[in-house]
Ligand binder design. Structure first.
Ligand code: ME8
Length: 648
């Protein structure tokens, strides 16, 4: 018999510096959905999450409260665990980096790499961002002092340190990334990382002496191990790597997916693989860097205090609605915007109207016309065949999307089926059929088909919504709670003769008036704006008009915020042999302008230069923006087409 296929997925281990927000929940919900999906497909899955408990940031946070680090951390870690429970996160393990089982493995790996000659002692002088727990060189700082990732002030650090010879692994890593196109995803992040490596990897400082909240360096207890070296190792320490019982490691490593936010993709796709290469451990199969959940154009952050507490949303809207919203609203890999209006809109439209009504109408009709007993399906008409065909095409299409973590696409595919079934009700008009006794069989067929679509949609959506199958099962007289993915691939599993049960709405509608919002809700304003935008169709042009535009591929050499101009980003672009400065009013959508460096964008190159804030801007970058301005993205070219190439 062949061995069962395995699937190992991880989330970042979060810092217990404050309670988690909806951005963290987003990542963990994605990983959970992926795990449930793979489990339904018959994989033996392992899903790891945890907490990253060492480092200067946590030591200081505890000091400020007059507590020992562990006293400060323990209750926060409990709040993580309780949030994951409420979100029905089905993790197999929760690793804390203060646990003995982890600390021992970190020390063993440090020792192994040291003995190999890849760790040496030297003097460190450079800058440190404590909130990000990251070292920077002066050259990397913004305005000579601030962290290029979070913008906060860095501290000058001078201390004796151990260094990891990361530079030694640069070429091997680059080759690995080039030979394995899926190793870093999505492609935009892969390109960023390739660019970063090509600029040259420096040896990494991996120990600190100026505080003591960390794992002692095994060969020198004056030092504690750098928190990222410590944290990244969780992905194998949790599997018992290097211990007497390493059966989990043998079974599940290398990980299939390290799911992480784009801000920490660099640690996972550069530092971590180099450590693993040095320790002779195989590399993970994929690092997927997802986008951020933004609030009104800005990133939520624990330190800014502008966070949305998932617990409050769970109390108000329930787990399936929150999970559905996050997965459906945000395109994995891109940033997405959270707003309560958008959440309520999704609940009312997709869940209450589309899905909920399909269930309640269908069940009510079986109840009314067949005494609650599911009828047999008779002869299929062309319309029935069309519905069945769409239903059968849904599982493979949704699977293709789930496989690439395209959750929004997967759910949208399933909801197309739901929408088609609602239309089928209108087309077949069961209430008319019910008036004619000779149409009884036809009526039965229609209702059977509806229940069958409900069954299939429920099975396929259940990785995203863990309570859905239980709620639907109660109503359609069939237990779907342990359904396998293949149950959603076939037509006809609904059992005629079973009894339906009318219950409360699966997704109750939310009255938008109950939201604590101004009378004229933002959602309505956005809707109006959209209408206006739609009406603004521009006059027809000839090809000659279009050909007047000189569109070129432009590579971003540098990108930074223009001081005192909230909206402006200043780009230094390479257009063929030429270097240009271009200003673009998109700063609010790119919190981390640095992340655009290395990307190839599309430039209107023959636009007359214009002075803005004393800077001459020569050209305009093309962007795609939602009609209501809630989202914007610069257009990019992902292939190796060189800068300066024509775009037409
Ligand atoms: O970085 N939207 O921990 P962390 C989406 N301990 N994701 C967000 C987000 C947002 N608004 N804000 C934060 C650490 N995140 C390290 C990880 S792993 C070996 C060590 C994501 O608590 C962020 O992108 O600061 C990151 O992936 C994760 O939360 C953890 O953040």
């Amino acid at each position: 018999m062949s061995e069962k296929k395995t699937f190992y997925i991880t989330t970042p281990i979060y810092y217990p510096s404050a309670k988690l927000h909806i951005g963290h929940a987003y990542c963990t919900v994605m990983a959970d959905t992926m795990t449930r999906y793979k489990r339904m497909q018959g994989y033996e899955t392992y899903f790891l999450t945890g907490s990253d408990e060492h480092g200067q940031k946590l030591q200081r946070a505890a000091q400020e409260k007059g507590l020992k680090p562990i006293e400060y951390i323990d209750p926060i870690v409990e709040s993580f665990k309780s949030l994951w429970k409420r979100l029905y996160i089905s993790n197999d393990d929760f690793i804390r980096t203060t646990e003995e089982r982890h600390m021992k493995v970190v020390q063993d790996i440090f020792k192994k790499v040291y003995e190999k000659g890849d760790i040496y002692k030297s003097q460190y002088e450079g800058y440190y961002c404590t909130p990000c727990e990251t070292f920077f060189t002066e050259r990397q700082l913004v305005d000579g002092k601030n962290c290029p990732d979070c913008g906060r002030a860095t501290e000058l650090v001078k201390e004796e340190s151990y260094f990891f010879k990361m530079s030694k692994y640069q070429d091997r890593l680059l080759k690995h990334i080039e030979d394995n196109p899926d190793f870093i995803q999505p492609v935009s992040r892969r390109n960023e990382m390739i660019n970063f490596i090509k600029q040259g990897l420096e040896d990494l400082c991996i120990s600190r002496t100026t505080f003591d909240w960390g794992i002692p360096v095994p060969i020198d207890d004056k030092h504690v191990i750098y928190v990222w070296f410590d944290a990244l190792t969780n992905y194998i320490s949790a599997l018992g790597y290097g211990t007497d019982d390493d059966s989990l490691y043998q079974k599940f490593w290398p990980a299939d997916i390290h799911l992480v936010g784009k801000d920490i993709a660099r640690f996972h796709s550069i530092i971590w693989p180099c450590i693993l290469m040095a320790a002779d451990v195989p590399l993970p199969k994929q690092v997927f860097g997802h986008g951020w959940v933004l609030l009104d154009g800005g990133k939520m952050s624990k330190s800014k205090g502008n966070v949305v507490d998932p617990n409050v949303l769970l109390d108000k809207y329930g787990v399936d609605a929150i999970r559905y919203f996050l997965l459906r609203e945000i395109i994995t890999g891109n940033d997405g915007i959270y707003s309560e209006e958008a959440l309520v809109k999704r609940i009312n439209t997709d869940l209450a109207n589309d899905f909920g009504n399909l269930v309640s109408r269908s069940v009510a009709m079986v109840d009314k016309y067949f005494g609650g007993i599911i009828p047999e399906a008779g002869q299929a008409t062309e319309l029935d065949e069309e519905l069945k065909e769409l239903a059968l095409a849904t599982a493979p299409k949704a699977a293709e999307a789930f496989d690439k973590l395209a959750f929004s696409e997967a759910l949208s595919t399933i909801w197309q089926l739901v929408g088609r079934a609602n239309k089928y009700i209108d087309e077949t008009a069961p209430w008319v059929l019910a008036k004619d006794e000779s149409q009884k069989e036809r009526l039965g067929t229609v209702l059977y088909n509806l229940l069958e679509v409900i069954r299939i949609a429920t099975v396929l959506a259940s990785p995203a919504m863990p309570l859905l199958s239980g709620k639907v099962s109660e109503q359609i007289g069939m237990d779907l709670t342990n359904a396998a993915w293949c149950d959603g691939e076939v037509w006809g599993l609904t059992k005629a003769g079973a009894k339906v049960a009318k219950k409360d709405a699966i997704f109750p509608r939310i009255d938008p008036k109950s939201l604590d919002l101004p009378a004229e809700t933002k959602a309505e304003v956005k809707e109006e704006k959209k209408e206006v935008a739609k009406q603004e169709t521009k006059a027809e042009i000839t090809y000659d008009d279009f050909a007047k535009l000189d569109l070129r591929v432009a590579e971003v050499l540098a990108c930074e915020k223009v001081p005192d101009a909230d909206k402006l980003l200043k780009f230094t672009l390479k257009v063929g042999e030429e270097t240009r400065t271009v200003l673009s009013g998109i700063a609010e959508f790119y919190n981390d302008p640095q992340s655009l460096v290395g990307k190839k964008l599309v430039l209107v190159a023959n636009l007359k230069p214009k002075k803005i804030r004393g800077i001459e801007s020569h050209g305009m970058l093309l962007t795609a923006a939602a009609d209501d301005d809630s989202l914007l993205e610069v257009l990019q070219v992902y292939s190796d087409v060189p800068s300066g190439s024509n775009v037409c």
